[in-house]
Write a protein that binds this ligand. Structure first.
Ligand code: ADP
Length: 170
């Protein structure tokens, strides 16, 4: 049974990520989308929120599941019995980084093979960080993120953080 793992921060899930997920599922028996906690990136969405956003998006796909993880990606892949790591490639800059990580991961876990899928042309310039910038400025995200992700982003940027008015106070 071929188990593949698609790891990433998914802060938040975009149509570019979904495209990679939906192109991978016909190739493998089971796909595990691994949501990396990634505190270093100071994610906008909590780990739980990111998991729920992906779960909702893949609800109708039978051979995909979502798991959160901390620590080394290759350790997580081993834990779920994965044989293949899936990554998506956009620009040259992705290639450099993925290449570097792939060589390190091969040292750490030579039994895990890396499979990189080229982005579909309409998602070439799509990244979670750009999506967050556009959302913060109130731009339209149609066709770039699933609808429920657009709603979640809108809520994030309209809910004042840490703004609480005490009851009965002037
Ligand atoms: P990470 O922090 O691991 O880069 P991301 O959520 O940004 O996490 O990306 C997860 C994976 O999805 C990476 O392999 C990334 O290159 C890929 N990816 C992100 N956006 C796109 C896109 N628009 N098209 C194809 N692949 C993408």
């Amino acid at each position: 049974m071929t188990v593949a793992v698609y790891p990433g921060t998914f802060d938040p899930l975009t149509c570019g990520h979904m495209d990679i997920i939906l192109r991978t599922t016909p190739l493998v028996e089971r796909l595990v989308v691994g949501i990396y906690e990634n505190p270093g990136k100071r994610p906008l969405f909590s780990l739980d929120e990111r998991v729920r956003l992906v779960e909702k998006a893949i609800a109708n796909v039978s051979n995909v599941e979502v798991r959160a993880f901390k620590g080394l990606t290759v350790e997580f892949i081993r834990q779920v019995g994965g044989k293949v790591m899936i990554r998506g490639l956009r620009a040259n800059s992705d290639f450099e980084r993925e290449f570097e990580m792939a060589l390190m991961n091969r040292k750490l876990a030579p039994e895990v093979e890396l499979l990189c899928l080229m982005t579909s042309s309409q998602y070439q310039f799509l990244s979670s960080s750009l999506i967050k910038e556009v959302a913060q400025l109130g731009g339209c995200l149609e066709g770039m993120v699933p609808e429920h992700v657009a709603v979640a982003l809108k809520e994030k940027f309209t809910t004042p953080v840490g703004f609480a008015v005490g009851r009965g106070e002037a």
